[in-house]
Every structure is written in structure tokens, then in C-alpha cells.
Design a protein around this ligand. Structure first.
Ligand code: EAX
Length: 326
């Protein structure tokens, strides 16, 4: 009797419907990584996506989030999704420029004039075309999270005008545009993965770093830096990514649910990012950072204009399209 039961069960599982039934019943937990803390907007956005997915699939699909570079730095995460060893990630767009050069344009100084301008570009043709190029590396862009407007912290002096950056050793993201920008401002830029930056500031091998306030607050940058300058020099998009290997292991119906959950998570993450950026300025003052809000932004915009000449030949069309999107 038992043999007949096992044989029948084996036959059911061998049939596509049987496998679907088995998969349908089996809980699937996707591994997602990011490099910041578990209160950063990326974490909240991924958690929201997990909650929506779980609710839409009666708990069958959910996401386990690994924060603080547990699954590697942002470049490792993108490589891991391409190989299928990492299912998902939330990353800044900068490291993606190593896989799709066009992402470089998102890190050009003052290219985005507002959040609304950035969202129109990210959610429009330019943003979609760049994500489609990433898909050729087996990494599917589900949408754009927000990293946010980037501010400078340093341990040397108040920075309110470009000349104040002279000879400052500043860590930058691993992308050509931030490197060119801080060279143009007279600083000494050092590209470095985020997971190494806190120790570098602690050991004073770098004087400065630049990030949005949710990163500066959440990563306790105020413990090892003295000054915060509200330069808004870059608006950094972020990427909500999934491995093609992972996405295509699901049925068409499940893939649709995953994309719907991602779209809701993007809207939520951007709200959290804006709220945190608004809240943390006062909290960073209370943590003891000397905040320079009197930055001469016009001088920074003027001083960084020459950077565009370095990227005009390769990215002139993309730059033009971004500027025309208002
Ligand atoms: O993506 O590397 C950076 O400075 C990024 O802003 C940070 O890792 C969040």
C-alpha cells in the first residue's frame, strides 16, 4: 500500500502541474542585501516589498534582508545577482556604472534640479533604458529607490565654498563622475566601497566623505566627523534589483506579483527617504556636528561645470535628455 502511495506521489511531482503544486506549497525566502543599516530607507523599502509579497502569496514568497554589507559591497551584490548567488539588492546607482557606463550620468554634479526632476528621469525612458542594459548582465531593475541628495562631512574645517575643499582627502563612490567632480573642486578623491569608510575616517586615512543624511545619521558618521556641509552636490538614485536567474525561476503569475510589490515598495521607500532626510538635519546638530547650511551653492555649481566636458563625448546625449526632462 505504502509503495503504491509513494509511487503515486512521485508521479504527481514529476508532472509540471505536480511540480507547480509542490512549488506552490513550498515557502520561498529570497536573499536580499544592502550595505547600510537596518533603519535605512533601503531596508524599509525591501521590508515593505517582503510584506506585500507575503500578503499577496499567502506567505509563500518573502524576503530575508541582510544589511551592513553582510552579503558584500554594492559591486559584489550586483555581481552576485548576475551569477545567481544573490537574489536581490538595494544599491546606490554609482557602482552600477561599472556594469553599465551610462549610470555614470546620474552622479554628475547638480544634474538633477529637484527630487521631482530625478523621479521623472528615473521613472522615464532614460531610467528604463539604463535598467534594460543592466538586464543584459542578468540583473533586472525592478525600479529606482532613492538614496538622496548628498552632503559633505569632514574632520578638518567648515566647507562653505569650493576653495575650502583644497587638498581634503575625500572618499567617493566607485564611479568616474564623483572622482572627476572632487578633483575639479581641488580635493583628493579616493574611491572606496562603503563598508570600509567608517574605519578609514576613524583612522584618519581620509578627511571626508559625502552621503545623504539617512546614511550619515544611520551609519553614525557624526561620531568620527566634525563638520557637515549642505552642498546637495549630487542627487543619488538607488536601484531595486533582482537576479534574472531568481526572477525567471518563478511562474509568469508570480513574476507579475513580484513586479507589483516592487512598484509599491519604491513609492514607500522614497517617502521614507524624504522623511528621514527632513528629520535627521536637526538630529545631527544634536549629535554635535557643526552644520554649515550657509553653503555658496552657486559657487559649487559654477566650479563643477568643467566636469561635464570630460563626459560630453561619451554621455552627451544622455545628459541632454536629462536636462530636457523637467
Ligand atoms: O548606497 O557608497 C555610498 O556612499 C552609498 O551612498 C551608500 O553605500 C548607500
Amino acid at each position: 500500500m505504502k509503495g503504491k502511495f509513494l509511487l503515486a506521489l512521485a508521479l504527481i511531482l514529476l508532472l509540471p502541474a505536480g511540480l507547480a503544486w509542490a512549488q506552490g506549497g513550498k515557502k520561498i525566502v529570497l536573499k536580499a542585501g544592502h550595505v547600510v543599516d537596518d533603519n535605512h530607507p533601503y531596508h524599509h523599502g525591501l521590508q515593505k516589498m517582503s510584506d506585500i509579497l507575503s500578503q499577496k502569496t499567502d506567505g509563500r514568497i518573502s524576503i530575508q534582508i541582510y544589511h551592513s554589507s553582510q552579503l558584500g559591497n554594492e559591486r559584489d551584490l550586483i555581481e552576485g545577482m548576475g551569477m545567481g548567488t544573490v537574489d536581490m539588492a538595494g544599491t546606490s546607482s554609482a557602482p552600477a556604472s561599472g556594469f553599465v557606463p551610462g549610470f555614470t550620468v546620474f552622479d554628475l554634479p547638480y544634474i538633477f534640479t529637484s527630487r521631482e526632476h530625478a523621479y521623472k528621469v528615473m521613472d522615464g525612458d532614460v531610467g528604463r533604458e539604463l535598467l534594460d542594459q543592466l538586464a543584459e548582465k542578468d540583473v533586472i531593475g525592478l525600479g529606482y529607490f532613492e538614496n538622496g541628495f548628498r552632503e559633505i562631512t569632514n574632520s578638518v574645517r567648515p566647507i562653505v565654498k569650493p576653495e575650502d575643499l583644497r587638498n581634503i582627502k575625500i572618499r567617493v563612490m566607485e564611479s568616474p563622475a564623483p572622482i572627476a567632480t572632487f578633483r575639479a573642486l581641488g580635493a583628493n578623491p579616493t574611491p572606496m566601497a562603503w563598508g570600509e569608510v567608517f574605519t578609514a575616517m576613524q583612522q584618519k586615512t581620509i578627511d571626508a566623505q559625502e552621503n545623504p543624511l539617512p546614511v550619515i545619521f544611520g551609519q553614525r558618521v557624526y561620531e568620527v566627523q566634525k563638520y557637515l556641509s549642505m552642498t546637495d552636490h549630487f542627487y543619488a538614485p538607488a536601484l531595486l534589483l533582482i537576479s534574472r536567474h531568481t526572477l525567471e525561476s518563478f511562474s509568469e503569475a508570480d513574476q507579475k506579483v513580484i513586479r507589483e510589490a516592487a512598484a509599491e515598495a519604491v513609492t514607500y521607500e522614497r517617502l521614507v527617504s524624504k522623511q528621514q532626510a527632513d528629520d535627521y538635519l536637526q538630529q545631527l546638530k544634536e549629535k554635535g556636528l557643526e552644520v554649515n547650511e550657509n553653503v555658496d551653492k552657486a559657487a559649487f555649481i559654477e566650479a563643477t561645470k568643467p566636469v561635464y566636458a570630460e563626459f560630453e563625448k561619451e554621455f552627451g546625449q544622455l545628459i541632454k535628455r536629462i536636462r530636457e526632462t523637467q
